[in-house]
Ligand binder design. Structure first.
Ligand code: NAD
Length: 288
């Protein structure tokens, strides 16, 4: 049966390291790192994510400058807030919690964030740096996957990697990071024909489609490393709501060599990398 890639444990370790770094740097720099999480509206899932991020910040010693805006907030009000946070020397990271209410243009808001404060790594400058293999702030979820694979010394060079999903948030940057690690990368998506023949070749399979149970055991190569990015809320037969990923965990655990659980896999890694990005910007800004 597959070994667990324990994202929860690694995230805790990273957070401890970040807390130590902050304790050591803060006397020299004269302030803690700061992260501003902007949330608009009342999406309950977003609210839970934001609360989680702020709790994690508090735990490692990052100051939160988050703000919660009513649904009807205008584009120009939010742009003004981002501009203000760009100038605020106490703030090292800014992130806009997605999705935004429909009347708002998320892309143009993300473009307003100063690239060096772009804690989510979604600004075109940072995406460009990723494409060019230059250092920069990386998208948290795929960077979290890479860090977890690294921790377990999973070889990537020359391996067949398949990413299921092509979003700008997860799939595309994931594929680029695996490519930078010298894997041979295939991206599957909603228009892919015969997904199973493609996933069956994967030494490393990353599922990021947002479809519960999309990946079943017969789609997985024996001995593969299976990473489940999906987070889907489902109601089971006795009416209880719970979170599951994109993979059929129980049956895949019998064929894979390594597997990530949901929850406790990539979710906590994503938060850990967000904090790491914030601390990276903090140290960069104050390095001379
Ligand atoms: P998205 O909806 O933007 O993208 C989904 C992608 O899956 C699309 O590119 C689409 O082409 C592809 N897809 C859809 N149906 C498919 C199918 N039948 N076969 C193959 N590909 C298909 O979603 P996203 O933002 O990329 O997120 C994906 C999942 O990851 C969601 O469940 C989301 O909740 C989760 N997520 C988790 C974290 C985390 O911290 N663990 C972070 C971000 C997103």
């Amino acid at each position: 049966t597959a070994k667990i890639l324990d994202g929860k444990a690694l995230a805790a370790k990273i957070q401890q390291e970040l807390a130590d770094t902050i304790t050591a740097s803060q006397p020299k720099i004269g302030r803690p790192p700061g992260l501003a999480v902007l949330m608009v509206g009342d999406n309950p899932a977003s609210a839970a994510y934001v609360k989680n991020k702020e709790k994690a910040c508090a735990k490692v010693g990052i100051a939160s400058f988050g703000r919660h805006f009513p649904t009807q907030t205008s584009q120009s009000e939010l742009e003004a807030v981002i501009e203000e946070l760009n100038q605020d020397e106490r703030v090292d990271g800014i992130l806009v919690q997605l999705p935004l209410p429909k009347h708002l243009d998320a892309i143009s808001l993300l473009h307003k964030i100063a690239p060096d404060k772009d804690a989510d790594g979604l600004h075109p400058v940072n995406l460009g740096r990723l494409v060019r293999d230059e250092p920069g702030l990386r998208s948290c979820t795929p960077a979290g996957v890479m860090r977890l694979l690294e921790e377990y010394k999973i070889p990537l060079m020359g391996k067949q990697a398949v990413v299921v999903g092509r979003s700008i948030l997860v799939g595309k940057p994931m594929a680029l990071m695996l490519l930078a690690a010298n894997a041979t990368v295939t991206i599957a998506h909603s228009r892919t024909q015969d997904l199973k023949t493609i996933t069956q070749n994967a030494d490393i399979l990353v599922a990021a489609a947002g479809i519960p149970g999309l990946i079943t055991a017969e789609m997985v190569k024996p001995g593969a490393v299976v990473v489940d990015v999906g987070i889907n809320r489902v109601t089971d037969s006795n009416g209880k709501s719970r979170l599951i990923g994109d993979i059929d965990f129980t049956t895949i655990a019998d064929v894979a060599e390594y597997i990530t659980p949901v929850p406790g896999g990539i979710g906590p890694m994503t938060v850990a990398i967000l904090l790491q990005n914030t601390v990276f910007s903090y140290l960069q800004t104050n390095s001379n």
